[in-house]
Design a protein around this ligand. Sequence first.
Ligand code: P6P
Length: 334
Amino acid sequence: MSSYNLITLNEFISTRQANFPYAKGELTRLLHYIGLAAKIVNKKVNKAGLVDILGEAGNTNVQGEDQKKLDVFADIEFIKALKASGECCGIASEENDEIITFDDELARDGNYIVCIDPLDGSSNIDVNVSIGTIFSIYRRKSKRGEKAQLMDFLQPGKDQVAAGYIIYGSSTMLVYTTGNGVNGFTLDTAIGEFCLSHPDIKTPDKGKIYSINEGNYPHFPDGVKKYIKYCQEINGESNRPYTSRYIGSLVADFHRNLLKGGIYIYPETAKDKRGKLRLLYECNPIAYIAEQAGGKATDGYKRIMEVDPESLHQRIPFYTGSKEMVDTVEDFLK
Ligand code: P6P
């Protein structure tokens, strides 16, 4: 494909994107600024290995700048970018206990709020494992022009207008949906653009990969224990049992399973009665992507996107991926 056939993220949204229910310009600007922050974070993540040049978090680097932990750095960059977009009036971030509301008039006039995990899996950075940013976009419910309120953020996942993730891996990709399917864009660092590389992603109805932290096996619900044994049995179709793949980075595990087929499970455990993953900025956005790609996302019993949130950082058990695989583990849980 010649370079002139490349479709950039901005082109895609403003031309190819099927009719976004609201003014395309608003979404274009929001996703453009998310893409911008992603490029800035990507640069920093890629250099994370050069700690002696950058300096350890909490120290100052060779330029005498305070070295921030990468997830704090990412949080600041995405907040700055979303504020600059002029479309976002508030943010719920994994890195901040309370909602972040913007006081300036332009941002207060924004129609959208964003829930974000700026850098999920950041403990994997110093061992060079892929990490990700996860975001979820809603229309505000509070009056335009006023400060964003908590009710703007406690909306069920089915009301998301857009959701996506950035995976900082062997290449950096932005994957998103606005309810018209899922599209993936790979960052071409030579031109600094996210270019369409995975149009209309559909996840296989079933796969052979199951992703779960089997170290918690003793604390799993019986249905999950039975499902793991089922995956390990020599099953009818072939004598090769399923494959266990678990990176310990949600975006990386989910993205691989999305493309190849598979299931990601983080159930309740003894330590985390409600599971470990957060509803607002991890499970809902990933669930939206999973469903739009033909997959499924539940808490083992109920569709994740039907859950009415009670608090910003609430956790929920999470089962997501290929539809038939989620159906099967749910049968074991019944
Ligand atoms: P565990 C990373 O901390 C994270 O939030 C997800 O990215 C990842 O899937 C999960 O937690 C890993 O948790 O308990 O298996 O180490």
